[in-house]
Each structure stands twice: as structure tokens, then as C-alpha cells.
Write a protein that binds this ligand. Structure first.
Ligand SMILES: NC(=O)c1ccc[n+]([C@@H]2O[C@H](COP(=O)([O-])OP(=O)(O)OC[C@H]3O[C@@H](n4cnc5c(N)ncnc54)[C@H](OP(=O)(O)O)[C@@H]3O)[C@@H](O)[C@H]2O)c1
Length: 278
């Protein structure tokens, strides 16, 4: 890929960054789409986040950056504005740098999740959902499910306080959705769920315990996992074996590509006049 002075630059800020592969996938897409855009991970420690973010304001060929663990919430006070959904979710994963250096934070995790489901032919309207996890991505997914019309959402998380806080926040924003936190995985909740989604990182490692008794899964259910590696998590494998529709984590990542392009203006023509971005 050719990176020159006309290339629009994106970063991904995180700590650690060794696990980041989205940069490579995005660069391949930019090249395939004929876009003069490049993205590079930056390893930024928490104590240096403010310095790095303030520096990016002065970098005129930078159009924005992604933000990942552990900075998704810590960055909020460093930004100038948030989209409505980022404010609701309480975390950001993508920041647009405007030509004047101002920074707008958004969170496209949840919309990416929903768009991925739509591509798999799943419409969440009126459905009962059992969600595992209430972390950063879990919050985004829960808000997106409720906003898209899920009828019922049961949230199970290891840290029950986070599950309760998320259930309360979602219920306040979307009163039509019946939301509750659950401190155990009731077999009835599993059986009654039409969509089961894992938003935890449990399932990334071979030694991870199962989220629940997978033998209960039935073919009419949609089983979804947002973990990207491994692609076929134990939950998804069990869903596949049971004949369920299986929604992979990579779908959510892929679906975020056009959302990020739109937010950062990558889909609009780039003009440079006298060295200043306009
Ligand atoms: N496909 C995509 O585009 C995409 C996008 C974003 C994230 N992700 C993936 O989503 C996962 C979560 O990311 P995140 O940003 O939400 O992280 P996070 O904010 O750190 O949240 C982690 C979540 O996983 C739970 N968890 C972690 N280890 C656990 C364990 N051993 N047992 C039970 N629960 C455990 C946490 O529970 P507690 O609250 O109890 O700690 C929390 O709910 C990661 O695998 C990440 O790669 C995928």
C-alpha cells in the first residue's frame, strides 16, 4: 500500500495493541476501494492518553482514530462532543477529528452488531434476547437491541452491579423494552430466548468455561458471539451443532467499516488547499 503526504491517516489507540488486526483488514479494504487512507495502531498507556489525544488535534492529516481497551470510557472528558448514542452508551470506539482539530466521539459497536445481524437476515423487533456481558461492547449491544425494538432483554454478567446498571440505563432510555439483570443463568431464560448473544470475552481461550449448558440450545434460536478470535467460539459451535442460525463476531466488525467511513468522511472526496484540510 502507498502512504504519502496526501494519505488520510487514522489511528487505533489501545493498551495492549498486539491483538489488533482490524487495522490490517481496514487497510486492505481502503486499498481495494481505491481510497487514499491508512490506519495504524498506537500503543498508548493510560497515563499518556491525554497527551496523545491533545497532540492528535494538531495533526492535520489525521481524520480520526479508533479507541479500544482500556480507553473507551477514560477518553470521554478529553473530547469536545459526543453523538447521542455514544452519550447514551457511556463509551466511544471511534473519534472523528474535524479540520479545526475538534474531536467528536461516537460508538458504532452496537450499530455494527445490529447491521451484522441484519445481513444474516435477523430482525430483532419483538424478539426476546438473552445477553451475556455488560462491559463496553455489551453496553453498546444492549442499547442497540433495545433501540431496534427487542421486546425483552435479560442481561447476565459476572459483575452483577454492572448488569443492573446497564439494565437500568437501557430501561430508562427504551421503556418499551422489558429489561432485567439476572445473577444466574436460568434454564427458562435460555429456552425462551430467541437470540442469545455473548458480549463477554469468555470463549476466547480454550480453557474458558461454558456460559451455560449448551445442550439446551434449540434450532429455532439465533446464537451470536461478538468475539472475533476464535471465529467459531464454543458457544457458536454448540449453536451450529444444534442447527441454530449462527452470527459471527467478524460480521459486527465488517459492518462497522461503512459506519466509520461515514463518520470520518472517508466516503467523501478529500480536498487539500495550501496544506490546510477543508
Ligand atoms: N466483533 C467486534 O466488532 C467487537 C467489538 C468490540 C469488542 N469485541 C469483543 O467483545 C469482547 C468484550 O470486549 P469489551 O470491550 O466489552 O471488554 P470489557 O469492557 O473489558 O468487558 C468485558 C466483559 O467480559 C466479561 N468477562 C471477562 N472475562 C470474563 C470471565 N473470565 N468470565 C466471565 N465474564 C468475563 C466482563 O465481565 P465483568 O463485568 O464481570 O468483568 C465484561 O462483561 C472482547 O472479546 C472483544 O474482543 C468485539
Amino acid at each position: 500500500m502507498k502512504i504519502t503526504g496526501t494519505t488520510r491517516i487514522r489511528f487505533i489507540l489501545g493498551d495492549p495493541v498486539q491483538q489488533i488486526i482490524a487495522s490490517h483488514n481496514s487497510n486492505l479494504r481502503y486499498e481495494a476501494d481505491g481510497l487514499d487512507v491508512a490506519v495504524c495502531p498506537l500503543h498508548v498507556r493510560a497515563e499518556d492518553l491525554e497527551t496523545v489525544v491533545q497532540s492528535i488535534r494538531c495533526m492535520h492529516n489525521v481524520i480520526g482514530f479508533g479507541i479500544t481497551i482500556p480507553h473507551k470510557i477514560a477518553i470521554l472528558p478529553l473530547l469536545d462532543s459526543l453523538t447521542e448514542r455514544a452519550a447514551l452508551i457511556g463509551s466511544v470506539n471511534t473519534i472523528a477529528r474535524r479540520p479545526d482539530g475538534s474531536l467528536l466521539g461516537d460508538n458504532v459497536d452496537g450499530q455494527g452488531y445490529l447491521d451484522g445481524l441484519t445481513r444474516d437476515g435477523v430482525d430483532v423487533r419483538g424478539l426476546r434476547v438473552l445477553q451475556f456481558g455488560a462491559g463496553g461492547a455489551g453496553r453498546a449491544v444492549a442499547f442497540s437491541l433495545a433501540s431496534a425494538g427487542a421486546a425483552e432483554l435479560v442481561i447476565r454478567n459476572r459483575n452483577m452491579e454492572r448488569a443492573i446498571a446497564l439494565a437500568q440505563d437501557v430501561a430508562r432510555a427504551y421503556p418499551a423494552c422489558m429489561v432485567r439483570a439476572s445473577d444466574l443463568v436460568a434454564e427458562d431464560d435460555v429456552r425462551q430466548a430467541e437470540i442469545i448473544v455473548n458480549t463477554t470475552s469468555q470463549g476466547m481461550h480454550a480453557e474458558d468455561a461454558c456460559l451455560f449448558d449448551y445442550s439446551v440450545l434449540a434450532a429455532h434460536q439465533v446464537v451470536s458471539d461478538i468475539i472475533m478470535v476464535p471465529e467459531l467460539t464454543p458457544l457458536l459451535k454448540a449453536g451450529k451443532d444444534a442447527g441454530c442460525l449462527v452470527a459471527y463476531g467478524k460480521r459486527m466488525t465488517e459492518a462497522q467499516y461503512p459506519l466509520v467511513c461515514a463518520l470520518l468522511g472517508i466516503d467523501r472526496p478529500h480536498q487539500v488547499h495550501g496544506g490546510a484540510e477543508v
